[in-house]
Ligand binder design. Structure first.
Ligand code: ARG
Length: 579
């Protein structure tokens, strides 16, 4: 596929080689789509910087390159402008050829990286056994799922890992609580997602009843020593919770399966050897009876070095040790080239310390870990998102509410749907709205959970994009009734230009999500595409044009639909046929 942006870049590089000093010949000419379309289709931004570097006025540098650049077969016009941009207006034939390439490309311009080069491990969702998943887990699950899909689309090998919290001291009290209320009652409670009250009851007993607390402490020891009875009770908690998590994943329509679970407990056998390796390498030392690593550059507020506790003074291993062992295995055993931790911002210091220790230990030679951090979910009062009575929101209730609200929202327009179809549509719209609201904001920022805004069919929302696509499908249904078929070749007139150029940027948008782990870049792209399409459809007659033009325009609509659908799919959002 010959994209205009690549053609311009190549030609500029040739000219730069011919007329610029060697030091800047290889610089990226920085060709981008023009924001202000009055000045052209594309612009090259590099010459301001290059001029500064060479101490030559940027406009003069840009002009020198432009004069040496062979562009006759590509552009209608090319000019130096402003402080030293070069603006380009493409020949329609060049856009036509590119669009033909896009239409003929199954991947719609998303370039594949060489097979076997990238192996991306994504650590996401990671709820805790016998504890309700909170909205942070929801964000992690949604963001992680989108990143999985994007990396897969780029031809990377993707390993999904659900690092479930299933180990540690709370399990003593949780098991004792299970014993007291009876196995059956406990399992039933957990399976239906009544995790919060289960956890709180256990906690309450632990805090108020010293005999219970003592039993809980002994339980932890039995668990760590592998006592068979205790293991069986622990397994009950684990299985019931997993069943509940699976219900949530199914309702959310994400790719995570039971096979992706690699829980904290699975690293047990590697904890001792992780510690001994760190000790051998001089990276762990005893501090107050605990084995700690003190990675360089981490100091607490009072100036003392911060400790990453590998083994506690009582001999137990915790969350930190597990993460070290996990990263070691991900690098050494799984040979991941990239490890993405989709985990909330508050854990950033913990993860940065784990990365620093792993690096010092030499585990990261061919592995790059990255904390894909995200902010909190806030309610409309600007505080942490909670239920009306201040409790934590059950994810399954949230998803049900999304469906119910979507059903109301689409109600009047879909009165003639059969109940089943209506339920499916409500699910697609409701779940899509939650996902899109999360993915479309810069993940680092806190985001406000606002039902009305996320379900609105106006603005940068899931329903708006789904609606844009459904509209294209309805155009196709009407076309079929009238016997209009999409053309094989798409002609680019002045009316088509904006839409065509926007379509050609899809591959770049997908790439930028992988490069920054920021799905909102794809959301912004799709939103602009839907708006551009909407303007196109308002300004240009499609089915009412003379037949040859109608067929070409219909084909352009079809290509727009394909890009919208593929883009939504990469975000984990379904595209209803009609809405
Ligand atoms: N279970 C943890 C929590 O609920 C998240 C785990 C994230 N992944 C990791 N490798 N630390 O906060």
């Amino acid at each position: 596929m010959a994209l205009p942006i690549d053609l311009l870049t190549q030609r500029l590089l040739v000219a730069m080689h011919a007329v610029l000093p060697e030091s800047v010949q290889e610089s990226d000419p920085q060709v981008r789509r023009s924001q202000d379309r009055r000045f052209g289709d594309y612009q090259a931004n590099a010459f301001m910087g290059i001029g500064k570097q060479l101490a030559i006025p940027p406009r003069a540098v840009a002009q020198r390159v432009l004069d040496a650049c062979n562009l006759a077969d590509l552009v209608e016009a090319a000019d130096v402008a402003g402080p030293g941009f070069i603006n380009f207006t493409m020949l329609p034939s060049v856009i036509e050829v590119a669009i033909e390439g896009l239409a003929g490309d199954r991947r719609l311009g998303v370039r594949q990286s060489p097979p076997g080069r990238d192996k991306v491990l994504i650590d996401y969702s990671a709820p805790n056994v016998a504890k309700e998943m909170h909205v942070g887990h929801l964000r992690s699950t949604i963001l992680g799922d989108a990143l999985v899909r994007v990396h897969e689309a780029l031809g990377h090998v993707v390993i999904r890992q659900n690092h479930i919290g299933d180990w540690g001291t709370p399990f003593g009290m949780l098991i004792e609580h299970l014993v007291e209320i009876g196995e059956e009652t406990a399992v039933a409670k957990l399976t239906v997602g009544d995790l919060t009250s289960f956890y709180q009851e256990a906690r309450r007993k632990f805090d108020s009843d010293s005999a219970f607390a003592e039993r809980a402490r002994l339980r932890v020891v039995s668990l760590q020593q592998g006592d068979a009875v205790t293991r069986r009770l622990w397994q009950l908690l684990y299985d019931a919770s997993r069943e509940y998590f699976t219900t949530v994943y199914t309702a959310l329509d994400v790719k995570l399966t039971d096979d992706d679970i690699v829980p904290e407990s699975s690293y047990n056998d590697e904890l001792e050897s992780t510690l001994s390796e760190l000790r051998e390498k001089g990276l762990a030392s005893l501090s107050d009876g605990a084995w700690c690593a003190f990675p360089a550059g981490f100091v607490s507020r009072d100036g003392t070095p911060m400790a990453l506790i590998v083994q506690k003074s009582d001999g137990g291993f915790g969350y930190q040790a597990t993460d070290l062992a996990a990263l070691r295995g991900r690098a050494r055993r799984l040979h991941a080239t990239q490890v993405l931790y989709v985990v909330g911002q508050p854990q950033s210091v913990h993860l940065e310390m784990v990365f620093a220790v792993a690096k010092a230990a030499g585990w990261l030679e061919n592995t790059k870990p990255e904390h894909v951090a995200f902010g909190s979910v806030l309610g409309d009062d600007g505080r942490m998102f909670k239920t009306r009575d201040g409790g934590s929101v059950r994810l399954i209730d949230l998803i049900d509410e999304a469906r119910a609200r979507a059903s109301v929202e689409i109600g009047s327009r879909t009165a003639n749907l059969l109940p089943d179809a209506r339920r499916d549509l409500s699910t697609m719209v409701g779940v899509g709205a939650i996902k899109y609201a999360d993915l479309s904001s810069d993940r680092i920022k806190d985001y406000t959970f606002d039902w009305d805004r996320m379900l609105s069919s106006d603005g940068n929302t899931g329903p708006y994009l789904q609606y844009a696509n459904a509209r294209i499908r309805s155009i196709f249904r009407r076309a079929a009734e009238r016997g209009v078929r999409p053309a094989d070749r798409i002609a680019i007139g002045p009316g088509e230009r904006d839409l065509a150029l926007q379509l050609l940027d899809f591959g770049e948008a997908v790439l930028s999500v992988a490069a920054t782990s920021q799905p909102h870049k794809l959301c912004t792209y799709l939103f602009e595409l839907a708006q551009t399409f909407s303007r196109y459809y308002e300004n240009v007659p499609v089915l009412n044009a003379v037949s040859e033009i109608a067929e070409s325009r219909l084909a352009l609509c079809g290509l727009t639909g394909r890009v919208l659908e593929e883009g939504l799919d990469l975000l984990g959002i379904r595209s209803p046929d009609a809405m």
